[in-house]
Ligand binder design. Structure first.
Ligand code: ZN
Length: 314
């Protein structure tokens, strides 16, 4: 039986690279673990944020492109991205969001309290306190280990066909159904992070891909062999996975699940220290070997961005 530990990473589209960095690094205190370009479109950055090493289950990635039209969150997408914060840190985060002018609300699901807010592009995020997950030791601005976001708690899937998405979660990815509460069906995987997936059973509108929406969600494969087995399983079950692609920091394959959401399966190795040391992650623009000859041109075209401590944190 194939089963995934949980979420590997989530990728989304936004309009402005510096605003994106200011929010995810500056406000949320995540580490920019990789600054590279979209391998399929080198004129666009690909920014990765995670914990101190960019462990699978902590990584959110963005394609910031100013000309990208605004999307709409709805069916066929990951609707909400959930992060785990340490027990007892909700108060810290409420104050922090207030300080940076981020409006939030609070709601309950499956006995947990969720602090809900949007990022500057309209992506829906939430924070929930949990014991599980390794402590994130990345220390930035005024966010320190005792309060730092550990990684993903999970995600809420806005499936167009919940029974089809359920089938993929259970019979392809090996998640276990934990039950239903109101309009949410909950699934669990075994890893310590990114292990709680809720399907929203009646999301309101059809999603439109664009800035402010999630592009895809990636699930963890242990290694290349595990990855291959998944590809075979998908073919056997009538899905159409892509070929296995080398993304430098992991290998990837993509497929559309029956509820319209783009799923990826990504390998844990080699990880973000494949081309730069852990101490220097995210500082330099990293390019795949086949684009190294265009470095000068790309560095000139791409907007200048920096990780900076925000005014309110100085
Ligand atoms: Zn991906």
């Amino acid at each position: 039986m194939q089963n995934t530990a949980g979420i590997h990473h989530i990728s989304a589209m936004v309009n402005d690279a510096q605003r994106n960095i200011d929010f995810y690094a500056g406000v949320l205190g995540l580490r920019l673990v990789k600054k590279t370009i979209n391998f399929d479109r080198p004129e666009v950055y690909h920014l990765y944020f995670g914990n101190e090493t960019g462990q699978p289950g902590t990584v959110i990635t963005f394609f910031p492109w100013a000309k990208q039209l605004k999307g709409r969150i709805g069916t066929g997408q990951v609707g909400v991205i959930s992060y785990i914060i340490p027990k007892g840190s909700a108060h810290f985060w409420e104050n922090r969001l207030r300080k940076f002018g981020v409006e939030f609300t609070s709601s309950n699901r499956f006995g947990e309290t969720y602090l809900k807010f949007n990022d500057p592009d309209g992506l829906q995020l939430e924070l929930t306190e949990r014991e599980e997950g390794p402590t994130n030791t990345w220390d930035f601005g005024r966010v320190q280990a005792e309060n730092a976001i550990k990684g993903f708690g999970g995600a809420v899937l806005f499936s167009a066909q919940p029974h089809k998405t359920t089938d993929v979660l259970e019979n392809i990815l090996g998640l276990e159904c934990m039950g239903q509460e109101k309009e949410f069906l909950r699934f669990k995987s075994e890893g310590p992070l990114g292990n709680t997936i809720d399907i929203h059973l009646n999301p309101s509108v059809r999603g439109l891909m664009g800035a402010g929406t999630v592009h895809h969600i990636a699930w963890r494969a242990k290694d290349d062999e595990d990855h291959q087995r998944w590809r075979s399983l998908l073919l056997e079950k009538g899905y159409y996975p892509t070929e296995i692609l080398d993304r430098n920091y992991f290998k990837a394959l993509y497929f559309h699940e029956g509820g319209g959401i783009l799923f990826e399966i990504a390998t844990d190795p080699p990880g973000f220290s494949a081309d730069e040391p852990v101490t220097g992650l995210g500082k330099k623009l990293m390019l795949p070997s086949w684009l190294e000859s265009e470095r000068e041109k790309l560095e000139e075209t791409l907007p200048h961005v920096e990780v900076r401590v925000l005014e309110g944190d100085k």
